[in-house]
Design a protein around this ligand. Sequence first.
Ligand code: DGJ
Length: 700
Amino acid sequence: MSKQRALLGTLHSSLLCEVVDGALVIRHWGAPLTGDITHIETAQRPAIANSAFDQSQSGGIMRESSRGFLGRPTLSGHRNGNAWSTKFEVTDFHHVGEKVVVTLRDLHAQLEVIISLEIDLFGVLTQNATIKNLGDTAYSLDEFIHWLPLPQEANQTLDFAGRWANERNPQRRDIATGTWIRDSREGRSGHNFSIADIALTAQTTFQHGQAWATSIAWSGNSQYLVERIWNGEQSIGAGELLLPGEVQLAPNESYVAPTLISVYSHTGLDGIASAYHQHLRARSMHPVRPRPLTLNMWEAIYFEQNEEKIKKLIDVAAEIGIERVVLDDGWFHSRRNDTSGLGDWVIDPAVWPEGLSPIIKYINDKGIEFGLWFEGEMVNPDSDLYRAHPEWILHEGDRVPPLWRNQLVLDLGHEGAYKHVLEQTSAILSAHSIAYIKWDHNRVLVDAGHLGKAGVRRQTQAIYRLFAELKKRHKGLEIESCASGGARVDLGVIDYVDRFWTSDNNDALARQNIQRWTSQVIPPEMLGTHIGPTHGHQTGRTLELSMRATTALFGHAGIEWDITETTPNERELLKSWASYYKSKRSLLHSSTMVRVDYPDDHGLLHGVISKSRNEAIFAYVQITPTVAVNPAPLKFPGLESDATYEIKAVFPAGEPRYMSVKKPDWMSGIALSGSALSAIGVSAPILAPANAFLIEITKR
Ligand code: DGJ
């Protein structure tokens, strides 16, 4: 019988797997493989060391102890203490095109696992698994992790850590023997969630070097692992973090593991980002309408929902060219501050005596869409809902979890609670012209029990179901995933939403880093980026409008500021910036993102280049003052070498603050070849710290 083997992907990356002694073995994931690979097995067969198994062993994709594997297994579980160790055998191997679906069975443990691996046009690997209980007693599943092999040149990992208003800070470390685990136990992905776990070489940069990234498509508890075992084998994996007893498979029941989405790049971290962006853009549900310029009223009014004030905001918004206005927290029953009202999704006549229809009409009459805030998974103890159904919260025994922002979490796994949220939300949407909802999630889940069992998985599935149902009932509805800013940004919820609120921090300097790293995975058109107030509400920092506007341009742009306070000059600049955003958003939202390996730590240079390489927009951001007089020249990789480009600086929201007598001459426009722009570049202006400007590059 010929070997059951599948080679997936040959252009950007390859995965080679085959069946060996009944096990499914991934022989390679990484650089593209072409040509004769017949003798790979022989090539990879290791020496037999002293003090070792008599024959080399391969744990296979299930990483089983029964096959001599000594690292962390793929599957952990038991059947009341039995079936604790497995030995799966491949029973079906189905390879078509760039996809392989493999069925494995262990007839002793009475389990079946179906694994699928698929590489798309962009080199992105999608990995799925279903575990089925074939026995006639319950099987307790403790863990299922998707694993991929890593070559030893991957000697570092990069993941992300953070907190409220400071999400996705990169942390890079050497891989050493042992297991590095990033648990996420908040019941939402979390501010500290690693949007991807990336293995890379010590030399890998934004543009250069190899990287192997994985991202778990899940918004509940999860874990990422990088493991190097004593024999030198390395692997990277991720999966759902299951709480004790959370998955008990009844006979014939299956567990569908969250999908793992992985990318290999030999063009650095930008190569990873580009593949993720293209993969996500190719989904049928990816938002394709031009992303409307948004005014979110939260930082303008907070809980002060005064109709007259709001009308004034709308008037200025219309003058500027805003296309969507969002009424944030505070419109519903008894919600005058954050101590009450969550759970009662009915319009509060104390604030809106005529309901929301008149203000929505006022907004719509100006040609602007209306959006509304919800936080459906939450309940305040001071609410009609909680008074009627205190048993509808996620809890254990007769304990009530500690309050966080004065709120508790509704158990959406409870059909009554689920229906309450769905029907109240849906009734508001049916009765009004609402294009979009911002769905918040302002606390973590702890002690999150559902009828005596761990309930995080059920809760995560319920919110996906609820979003899908709302979209089904209300055609064209867009949803923004918000969780105290960016605490639910992940590849699980992404299929149900159209926008992420990237961070509650609207300070442009802080946003430079937050956006830079969130877009490592998420394409910019899905990241809410707003011009905040002159004096940042989170940091208290005062930043130039040009800096705030340049930063907000690279995403789904908007404003979050009391624009009734703006000066006539600021309004003119906002108008010009708004029309610039509208004229450039198709470029900003469909192109290849570039974070230049800029040699000067005091500045950042980043931008987008259109797929045709005819057009590009970059931003230069002076973070801190340079030590040298002149910052390093600005070089632009990724253009067509022989083509001639016009390059000039543009200032749709005003010029930055310079610290020089004269700025470089090229800024008013010159022509240069792509190779010159990449190899030599142009001189950087000397800017005051926390200043930025835009650079347009257009092919002649
Ligand atoms: C947290 C969000 O991130 C903010 O944008 C705002 O919606 C508040 N919640 C409202 O309570």
